[in-house]
Design a protein around this ligand. Sequence first.
Ligand code: 2HA
Ligand code: ZN
Length: 270
Amino acid sequence: MKDMLKAPFLTEMIRTQTNMYAHGWDERNGGNISLLLDEKEAAEYVNVNKVIRAIPTGFSQPELNGKYFLVTGTGKYFKNAQYTPETDLGLIRLADGGQTAELLWGFEDGGRFTSELPAHMMSHAARLKVCPENRVVLHCHPTNILAMTFVHTLDEREFTRTLWRMCTECIMVFPDGVNVLPWMLCGTNEIGAATAEKMKTARIVVWAQHGIYGAGRDLDEAFGLIETVEKAAEVYLKIAHLPRLNTLTDEQLKIMEKGYGVKAREGYLD
Ligand code: 2HA
Ligand code: ZN
């Protein structure tokens, strides 16, 4: 068995958490990440026949039965993952149609997976249907996106159009736009199901007055997606109260669409 602490997927996870903390997106225990692993990949580092603990999840997700995930722990601080990965992270396998998480590594202090596991697992199931290569669901609290949900309409088309206009490459990075959930209590199956529903049509779901969810094929892609949305929100907040002398027009957004070879969300450009 290889050393888990040297597994590239674990190193990459810790690096991402550390970077997210440094960006100010994950204060205290804010944020959570889940990374889908191949069974073969997991089996190099853990004994897949040795379940340490079986933890009820409180939801069912039969499509993900038997799947392996590296997940962040509830109550754990992203800033500390680099020092105490074996308590702050866990490798789980879903069983009983998703109703049980079998712990194969980690959470060594008796801890468990993130309180947002329903939103993560339901979102994985939704994204895998659209993009079979999807591996990552990532949640955090970026300051500018969060602030924007207090002063901008939550209409998804308008929210997306505002962000697309803030930097020339936005439409290339998230042509599918940004979906938005009105405020809901977090950590529940209800917000999980609502997030997954929104994940059917976009890789970004903003939780009003809370934060953001991003999905991607790897950690870098999901991180870069959120980074781009957050940058656009920052530009918006810097200029929203100032007279606008110049802007990006729908004509220019259409030129970018052609130039980058992407397809903007249907009906989102005039
Ligand atoms: O786990 O971010 O949404 C902390 C959170 C909950
Ligand atoms: Zn949160």
